[in-house]
Design a protein around this ligand. Structure first.
Ligand SMILES: Nc1nc2c(ncn2[C@@H]2O[C@H](COP(=O)(O)OP(=O)(O)OP(=O)(O)O)[C@@H](O)[C@H]2O)c(=O)[nH]1
Ligand SMILES: [K+]
Ligand SMILES: [Mg+2]
Length: 445
């Protein structure tokens, strides 16, 4: 049986209990199921009140139902929505009735989107944008996902692909003329300039990509330093919650504690670590090892100390800011001593009283702004997209370099470029290429 003969259903709203729960159905039996629950078919795309009844005619819940006949629906198939009261019992009753219906099963993760993609409702980049949008935590992530969902990358890729196919058709035409011993070089010149322009455009999108990808993953800030410097106190200050245990006992924190933070719209993960020191305690040793390991993979390290003479231990390449804590206690040692082992800015705070926190937060926001750069120009959010665009650019480059090797080689590289863009969109049809060659560029054969 083709999987799409099966109608899928899922809870499309958040965790239960909730005020309202939305059960969504997609597939050819969605209408029958809706009819059997509601006792009638609502008008298409109109919110309709209905008393839902189970298979034995017993009432389940007072609901609002919606009917989206395909193909003008989110998935392209018949879609029904049941907006019921969000209790576990109501949803369980609806699910149990649905499961009993023939060719009806619960949806796998992403299956509604997958069907939308397979039915040509969205391309792959838009599907990825949808996934990003659902998982966006901060406003800037949301904006980026929406750009993706709106198909900005997909639109570009489609246009590039059409242009490559056109250029390729020009070159293929040249091949056919060459058979007759008459190579029309005037056909090649526009094709070459088109490929050149495309390459520049794709390369500029590629160069702006790193930041957009980073925005998706967020920025990692690790708080590290010697025991009792006040790392956990700072952590709690930054995230405004008591997430980490604070105590005067050196070696309190052993596990890595991570908290996601929305810093002026930028996604930041703040990480508290074990105080770094030599120790005989095997548990603490493991904590120190994890702290060093996490600091090595950070984007920024806040090296906290409560002592003006403290040295910084660098792990990895991330910038390290020396943060002097406990300034409420006054200087210990000669005032104004600047540590010699770092060129990083020295921030002075009291994690306990909050002094200097505003400045520290401002510095972090400005770091985040620089780090993410002008993400508005970033269109690529996934490694998959980047690799395929890189393959496209490489094939275009090889095609241009193959000018002395003949039209066949050039055309072959263009086919590879168009194929990579097709994969980006999730569509691979050679038919497109043949279509243009045979239809638009009729060369009398
Ligand atoms: N006076 C003062 N004391 C502080 C400040 N920040 C932290 N402390 C105290 O310093 C002690 C250690 O604080 P923690 O936050 O547990 O230090 P830590 O760096 O996480 O320690 P470990 O996890 O053991 O490495 C506690 O008694 C805190 O109350 C501060 O700004 N001023
Ligand atoms: K401590
Ligand atoms: Mg701690």
């Amino acid at each position: 049986m083709h999987p799409h003969d099966q109608t899928i259903f899922a809870l499309s709203s958040g965790p239960l209990p909730s005020a309202i729960a939305i059960v969504r159905l997609s597939g050819s039996h969605a209408g029958t199921a809706l009819q059997s629950f509601a006792g009638k078919m609502p008008a298409a795309r109109m919110a309709t009140h209905a008393l839902l009844r189970d298979g034995n005619g017993q009432p389940i819940d007072d609901a609002v139902v919606l009917w989206f006949p395909g193909p003008a629906s989110a998935t392209g198939e018949d879609v029904a929505e049941l907006h019921v009261h969000g209790s576990r019992a109501v949803v369980a009753a609806v699910f149990s009735d649905l499961s009993a219906m023939p060719q009806m099963r619960t949806a796998e993760p992403g299956e509604f989107t997958r069907r939308a993609f397979e039915n040509g409702k969205i391309d792959l980049t838009e599907a990825e944008g949808l996934d990003d949008l659902i998982h966006a935590d901060t406003d800037r992530q949301r904006q980026q996902a929406l750009r993706q969902l709106k198909g900005l990358l997909g639109d570009k890729a489609r246009r590039w692909r059409d242009q490559i196919i056109e250029a390729s058709a020009l070159i293929e035409a040249g091949i056919d003329f060459a058979d007759e011993g008459d190579v029309p070089t005037e056909l090649m010149a526009p094709a070459l300039s088109r490929i050149g322009q495309l390459l520049v455009e794709i390369e500029s999108v590629l160069s702006a990509q790193g930041r957009a990808e980073r925005l998706r993953d967020g920025l990692t800030v690790v708080i590290a330093g010697p025991p009792n410097a006040g790392k956990s106190t700072l952590m709690n200050q930054l995230v405004r919650r008591e997430v980490a245990i604070v105590s005067p006992h050196a070696g309190t924190t052993r596990d890595i504690i991570e908290v996601q933070l929305d810093l002026d719209g930028y996604p930041v993960t703040v990480i508290d670590t074990a105080g770094i020191r030599e120790t005989d305690d095997p548990v603490e040793q493991e904590g120190v090892r994890r702290a060093r390991d996490r600091a090595a993979r950070a984007d920024l390290v806040l090296w906290l100390s409560d002592d003006d003479r403290a040295g910084v231990e660098r792990q990895g390449d991330a910038p390290v800011w020396l943060v002097r804590n406990k300034i409420d206690r006054g200087p210990d040692g000669p005032e104004g001593v600047t540590p010699s082992r770092t060129e990083s800015p020295v921030l002075r705070i009291s994690a306990r009283t909050g002094t200097g926190m505003v400045e520290l937060l401002e510095a972090l926001v400005s770091f985040a702004r620089d780090y993410f750069g002008s993400i508005e120009s970033g269109l690529i959010t996934r490694e998959r997209q980047r690799q395929l665009l890189q393959q496209t650019a490489e094939a275009l480059r090889r095609s241009l370099a193959a000018i002395d090797l003949g039209e066949e080689v050039m055309a072959e590289e263009l086919r590879i470029a168009a194929l990579a863009l097709g994969r980006l969109l999730g569509r691979v049809d050679v038919e497109d290429l043949l279509d243009v060659i045979f239809r638009q560029f009729c060369i009398g054969k």
